[in-house]
Ligand binder design. Sequence first.
Ligand SMILES: *Cc1c(COP(=O)(O)O)cnc(C)c1O
Length: 391
Amino acid sequence: MSEQDYQPETLGVRAGTVRSQFGEHSEAMFLTSSFVFESAAQAAKRFIGEEPGNIYARFTNPTVTMFEERLAALEGAEQCIATASGMSAILACVMGVLKAGDHIVASVSLFGATVNLFNNIIKKFGVETSYVSATDVAEWQAAVRPNTKLFFLETPSNPLTEISDIAAIAAVAKGCGALLAVDNCFCTPILQQPLKLGADIVIHSATKYLDGQGRVLGGAVLGSKKNLEGVYGFLRTAGPTMSAFNAWVFLKGMETLKLRMDAHSANALELARWLEAHPNVARVFYPGLPSHPQHALAMRQQKTGGGIVAFEVKGGKEAAWRVIDSTSMLSITANLGDTRTTICHSASTTHARITPEARAAAGISDGLIRIGVGLEAIEDIKADLARGLNQ
Ligand SMILES: *Cc1c(COP(=O)(O)O)cnc(C)c1O
């Protein structure tokens, strides 16, 4: 039986492990910046690529390689390149794939730092970005220019959990010779495998669910060797690579990824149903609910609705802040993908820097609260939210 045939639970535990001469059962953490050669001749062969092997940790490190192999197996990717953070994965993707004069078509519903990277950093080097609806495929087609080289989206989106049709948008990208990159942070390969749906590149912020316990930053870019050639070249030269320690933490995190994603999803679905029935809640955004506008697509594309729930409290910002400040267990933080449930007011935190008009256009109202549903008992999570909601 080859590794390809294993189920995700098995891959998360077993894929990528390489033992040293000591036969350790748990993956070793190789805290070394460089590697020693047996001879001058071997060093020469390594440097010109005639012999495979490690040279320097900015290029490769055995613990990081184990992380890359495990995540590649889970995503069904030919290659995975680990990075220091999710943002450096996105930076490496655009630096590796694009050149001055190229054009990106991106979903309007992107992580804030990604928008900042596209608008204020990549733009300085002559790459322009057009933003289109996450959900309207016709807008993607209409935004294409002769120099469009990259489509970029994340699904479900933050915080409204809008679902982009990966297969349909991949077909548009293919038609115009552009690559489609999908930020798969919210679903992880357990719930959604964008490469199997036609995407060319997958991006991860490993900081979220892959670690799952809120400890370290990391990221990854996945795809075919051909599409990632420039990405690897950029990382090896510019240096935002993953540390061996962080790779080891992620290896441990991935061992429980399937169990955790199933448990996050089950808690999130129950919380979404409970919120939807609550008289002081105006609206719930969760792809696993039949009331979600793209429920059917979500259930086709993802295994579950995932772990992120957003809802609108009646009474605007004042009521939303009251719900947040009445919690005693939930963590008030903009992070997510943690065993601990997190709660945040999107309009005044993650989306505070955009204009009120732009926020309204994006559907992020003052009463909106985002929950990264954790692994505590669901009755304890509900009780913590009920205090403020029942007032
Ligand atoms: C957090 C996040 C990122 C950025 O990842 P870092 O590890 O914080 O750099 C990118 N995309 C999404 C969807 C995220 O949630």
